[in-house]
Design a protein around this ligand. Structure first.
Ligand code: HEM
Length: 507
């Protein structure tokens, strides 16, 4: 290589470097939404390395406005945190902004994601996304499917009540009991079988942790997310490896169930009588891999979100005796058979509905709706470039004093007057999202949340245990005056940092 060629190469590299270092100043030229100035190479990453990035982002938005952009490495991320910006993104520009970006820690090959994933499908116009969504709707979430499975949901909750009766006076970890209940309801809908016995508390706790850990690890940002061009695939350590381990354990169990069903059908020479999701998939000749990937989105999404919501609802009610009293009174006067609450009883329980909504306002399991710009578009006179990540910050919106009076207090009655609902039409309240990407599982979640919370409160009084270290032995006493830890742990789903332990006694 001659000297002049080397010199011209060095010159062009320096040129590129200069452009890169100056890129913060181009924000104005591209008319990007405002945001804190990024530093070279890392952008705003250092600002977000905190225990609670959702709180940090929300505080930054207060300063920079309801449409804010941050640079994370080489990636532009736009955060929307008001009713109007959410509406622009999820309604006006839903077509352009309904893409998804699959986090790099997701332990699934890109080609499999493309073929099998609903949650991480890059584009809603893909045939695959549409057919999975309509298959879910037909089998799981349409009105007729929900009606068909009502007995299963009610039976599983009656079993939970019976189990808790036997635990009167003992300490229970509420999220484990609810996890097993919901996992078994979904297990019956998918496979016509219970997945875990309620009395197997240790196994329940292990599986709850596997599912939470899978959701958390597979959505943890890694280097490749912020510097896609580095493109290193860390399989050997970090969140991706942990997510892979959880995935292997889940696929191991579900794969066995699918294999056994196939063997039974082969030996019988005909399909079984089960009218469950697995039967439907086998009848429609889905492959084992397709079935496992569908289960991977139904079972974690269906259990993880519901259990955190119930754990938060119980925590808020215990902390707010007034609200607890009103809910109890409503349940006592409307539910006359406390051993067998029916879903048909639920529609008249307005205060219960307000308690669920108020819990989802303060504690949405998904703090940010994670979208991607499929093409460049203009939102409120700002440019959102193609391929930017677009996050609707529903956590911040739920605590915005411009939307909610006394936003940090748990006041279910605010929903009695407002008439706001979570069906994706009221853009100030979006726990299930809105538009094309809106949660397909919301009708199931809605039924589960109401029936579980109604049963827990109608059938039991609850108190907090307080531990005394008595000669090295732990013993609990009931506390009347208590401080309940309400700290959040940032993850998907957003949950309580310390699990809620409670002592039930039968009403
Ligand atoms: C309290 C319960 C739940 C809450 C709060 C919740 C919330 C959400 C939110 C906020 C989204 C993202 C929407 C968006 O990107 O705009 C979502 C998506 C999704 N949810 Fe749920 N969800 C819940 C229960 C469920 C259940 C029970 C299932 C299934 C059994 C489920 C399956 C999914 C799936 C597959 C997606 C991705 C949809 C897509 O990208 O097209 N969720 N959920």
């Amino acid at each position: 290589m001659n000297l002049s060629l080397v010199q011209s190469n060095i010159c062009s590299y320096l040129h590129l470097l200069l452009l890169y270092l100056l890129h913060p100043f181009f924000r104005h030229r591209h008319n990007l939404p405002p945001g804190p100035p990024p530093i070279p190479i890392l952008g705003n990453i250092l600002q977000l390395i905190t225990k609670n990035p959702h709180i940090t982002v929300s505080n930054l938005s207060k300063k920079h406005g309801p449409l804010m952009s941050l640079k994370l490495g080489t990636r532009l991320v736009v955060f929307a945190s008001s009713r109007d910006t959410a509406k622009e993104i999820l309604k006006t520009h839903d077509r352009d902004l309904s893409g998804r970006y699959a986090p790099k820690a997701t332990p699934i090959d890109e080609s499999d994601l493309k073929k099998f994933s609903l949650l991480w499908a890059a584009d809603v116009s893909a045939q695959n996304w549409r057919s999975i969504r309509s298959c879910w709707k037909e089998m799981l979430f349409s009105n007729s499917a929900l009606d068909f499975w009502v007995c299963v949901r009610e039976r599983k909750i009656a079993e939970m009540v019976k189990f808790l009766e036997g635990k009167s006076g003992d300490v229970v970890e509420i999220s484990v009991v609810v996890f097993v209940t919901v996992y078994n309801a979904l297990g019956n809908i998918c496979f016509s079988k219970d997945m875990i016995g309620l009395e197997d508390e240790e196994i329940g706790s292990v599986w709850k942790d596997i599912i939470w850990r899978f959701m958390e690890c597979s959505t943890t940002p890694v280097v490749g997310d912020v510097f896609p061009s580095i493109g290193v695939d860390f399989w050997l350590w970090g969140p991706k490896r942990d997510a892979r381990n959880c995935l292997d354990r889940m696929f191991g169990v579900w794969g066995d169930i699918v294999r056994r069903r196939r063997e039974e059908e082969a030996s019988r020479g005909a399909p079984g009588n089960e009218r469950d999701f697995l039967g439907f998939m086998l009848e429609n000749e889905f492959s084992d891999l397709q079935i496992k990937y569908m289960l991977l989105e139904i079972l974690p999404a269906g259990t993880g979100t519901v259990i955190t919501t119930i754990e938060w609802a119980m925590s808020e009610l215990i902390k707010n005796p007034d609200a607890m009293g009103k809910l109890r009174e409503e349940l006592r006067s409307n539910v006359t058979h406390p051993n067998a609450i029916r879903e048909s009883d639920i529609c008249q329980l307005l205060y219960l509905n307000c308690c669920i909504k108020e819990t989802l306002r303060l504690h949405p399991p998904i703090a940010f709706l994670p979208h991607r710009a499929k093409s460049e578009c203009q939102v409120m006179n700002y440019t959102i470039p193609e391929d930017s990540l677009v996050m609707v910050n529903i956590w911040a919106m739920g605590r915005d004093p411009d939307i909610w009076g006394d936003p940090f207090s748990f006041k279910p009655e605010r929903f009695l007057k407002s008439g706001l609902d979570f069906k994706g039409r009221d853009f100030e309240f979006l726990p299930f999202g809105a538009g094309r990407r809106m949660c397909p599982g919301w009708p199931f979640a809605d039924k589960q949340l109401h029936l579980i919370l109604a049963s827990l409160i109608r059938c039991f009084n609850w108190s907090l245990p307080s531990y005394n270290n008595n000669n090295g032995h732990k013993k609990f006493e009931f506390e009347l005056e208590f401080e309940l830890d309400m700290n959040e742990k940032y993850a998907v789903p957003l949950r309580k940092e310390t699990p809620l332990l409670l002592v039930p006694s039968r009403v």
